[in-house]
Each structure stands twice: as C-alpha cells, then as structure tokens.
Design a protein around this ligand. Structure first.
Ligand code: M6R
Length: 355
C-alpha cells in the first residue's frame, strides 16, 4: 500500500501534484469555474463568511480568510471549531458558514455545524470523505479529491483544501478572474518542482534536526503557514516549535531566541519583504540560525539568511500551497532522523471524534 515509499506520510506528500490536479479538475473545467448552482448562488449572495475547522483545517480557514477578503472583498471570520461551539454566536445578515474537515468526523466541527444549523445559518461542508457525518448533515457539500489520507499528519488534505478555497475566492472575486485562474491552473505542476527537490530539504533537516527550539514566523498568509508548519513539526518530530506573526517578535517571542534556535521565516508577500528582513536580522543578532522560504527571483534575504529555500513563482496569495510542502518535508525528515514513526505520532489519532 505504501507503493515503495518508506512511510504513508512521504507517499502522501508526493501525491500532492495529482491530488491537486484532481481537486482542481472537479471545480475548473474548460477554462471556467464549475460549482453546483445552489452553492454558487449561496456564495455569490453571501455578505459575511464564517469559516471553521480544527488543527490543520483551521489553518486552511485562516489562509482562506486573507485570500477571500483580498480578492473578493467579502468579510471573513475564522473561528476554531472547539471555540465556536461554546461561544455565543451572533448571527449576521447574509451569513454563510463553511466547515472544513478532512475526515468529516471531528467532534467539535460537527457540534459547530449543529449549532449553526439551529441558528438557521446556511452551511457548506468541505471534506475529503464521501458520506462522512459532516457531508450528511451540512446543507451543501464540496469534496476535495485528495484520496485516502492515512498518515496522522495531514498533508495532501491541507493543500487540496487550500486549492478548493482558492477556487471559492476566485468564484466570488471582484477583480479580473483570469489571472487568478491561470495561477491556479499552474499550481499542481509547481508543487511537483518542489517535490523533485526534496533532497535539499532532507540535507537541511540533517543539519538542524537536533535544534531544541524551532520558531516559524511570517505575515498574513505566511503567518497561517507558520502555524501549520509548527504544528506539523511538533506533531511528528516532538520538537518544541512555535509560530507567531513576525510583527509580534518584539512583543515576547524574541526573549526565547538564542543560539539553540532555528527560525524559519516565511517570506512570500512582496510588500513585506523589507519588514521580514529586519525581523530576520533581529533573530540573527541573538545567535539564531535563519532559514528563509521565499520565491526564486527574490534577493532581499541573500545577505541575511543562513539558508534560503526558493519556491517557484506564483501569485503571492497562493504561495501557501508551495511553502507548506517545504515544511511538510522538513517535519517528515526531522521525524525520521529522530527515529520516530511519522505515520503514527504518539498521543495522536487520525480523527478526533470525541472531545
Ligand atoms: O479530519 P479533520 O480535518 O477534521 O481533522 C482536524 C485535525 O484533527 C487535524 O487536521 C490534525 O490537526 C492533524 N493531525 C494535523 O496534521
């Protein structure tokens, strides 16, 4: 079943180009977007979008909030499902809720769905499992086409969620759609270019896996991917990892930075390169090692970073699909180098069906 791969996680990381292609094909045909008409109407008339999920799915929601607000001008609220279910919810006019869950069986996400339905808010599930509880109970359902995800650490489910969310953003975009669609169409192929370079990440992991503290920082979508990267690393390599919005560095996290710290700076937002560069200088001045993840044609960080991993160029809002693959591979190799089983991390289950 592992098809020659040492672990399901690596197999699933490498399956991303295909999973993304299949997911895109379901929503984008012959140069135009294709959604079930009821979902299209709901999204086009939506005045306030609430997105929820847990863990990795919550991080996908965070990325979507930046993208949808920017390209569609639609206000988006993101809440983690375990909070949403216990928080008094004030229904907004024209509110629609999107619930994201790979398994469609996560207890908190299902409880949130039931609460929102009671309040009369239309619900759309975004899930990977046909016939799951979420798909049966939500008003409408969209599927990712990731195929079965066996490893506990979510990889291809996440990137296919992102791609689906980007198609939603493009559907309700106020700006010219064609540039977005062209970028989306090219994304699966670009992920393959990264996977082909996995040995570079393996080598970097071999030089860093014994670091006791790893911090991920970024701004906007890069902040969301910092959270996802830190989650992945702690989940399977048991390394103490944290993520913060880079602008928060001086508000606390910098106190922990020393020579035993690896700081991974995600830098894919052109208007913020200079800000990120000063954050990197600040951590370097305290002895940290800095890895920068940026696009291939960017040279802002050449003199600051200890190492740079370069991503193929894409629309900056879509960079999460590429940058997260670097983090997935980094976490995978750290886990293996530490002698762990990345497919079955301690204390974790694939789906959290009880609170
Ligand atoms: O099946 P779901 O998408 O609802 O699962 C949500 C989380 O439990 C899940 O994403 C978890 O955080 C993963 N292990 C992360 O890799």
């Amino acid at each position: 079943e592992k098809c020659g791969f040492e672990h399901f996680m690596l197999k699933e990381i490498c399956e991303q180009p295909k999973a993304l292609r299949d997911t895109l094909r379901a929503r984008y045909k012959d140069g135009s977007l294709s959604f079930p008409v009821q979902i299209e109407n709901l999204l086009e008339n939506c005045k306030h979008l609430l997105i929820t999920g847990c863990g990795t799915a919550y991080h996908a929601a965070m990325v979507a909030s930046y993208v949808i607000e920017q390209v569609a001008g639609l206000p988006v609220e993101v809440l983690v499902a375990s909070e949403l279910r216990y928080r008094p919810h004030i229904r907004k006019e024209g509110e629609v809720c999107l619930l994201i869950s790979q398994s469609g069986e996560t207890a908190d996400t299902i409880a949130s769905l039931r609460l929102l339905k009671e309040l009369g808010i239309p619900t759309i599930a975004l899930t990977n499992v046909v016939g799951c509880t979420l798909s049966r109970e939500a008003d409408w359902v969209l599927y990712t086409q990731a195929g079965p995800e066996i490893a506990v650490a979510s990889t291809k489910a996440f990137t296919t969620q992102l791609l689906s969310l980007f198609t939603i953003a493009s559907l309700i975009a106020k700006q010219e759609r064609s540039g977005l669609l062209e970028a989306l169409d090219q994304l699966p192929g670009k992920t393959q270019l990264l996977i082909d370079r996995q040995e570079d990440i393996q080598r970097f992991a071999a030089s860093q896996f014994n670091k006791t503290k790893v911090f991920f920082m970024g701004r906007l979508v890069d902040f969301a991917i910092s959270l996802e990267s830190a989650l992945k690393l702690k989940e399977i390599s048991y390394t103490h990892s944290e993520a913060f919005a880079a602008g928060e560095l001086k508000h606390g996290p910098i106190a922990l930075v020393d020579t035993s710290t690896l700081v991974v700076a995600l830098c894919t937002q052109p208007s913020l390169y200079a800000k990120m560069d000063s954050n990197i200088k600040e951590v370097k001045a305290r002895g940290a090692t800095a890895l920068v993840i940026t696009f291939e044609d960017v040279h802002t960080f050449d003199d600051t970073a200890d190492a740079i991993f370069r991503l193929p160029q894409t629309h900056p809002l879509f960079s999460p699909v590429l940058s997260v693959i670097v983090s997935q591979l980094y976490a995978y190799y750290c886990s293996v180098l530490k002698g762990n089983d990345p497919d079955k991390p301690r204390n974790l289950a694939k789906s959290v069906t009880v609170e």
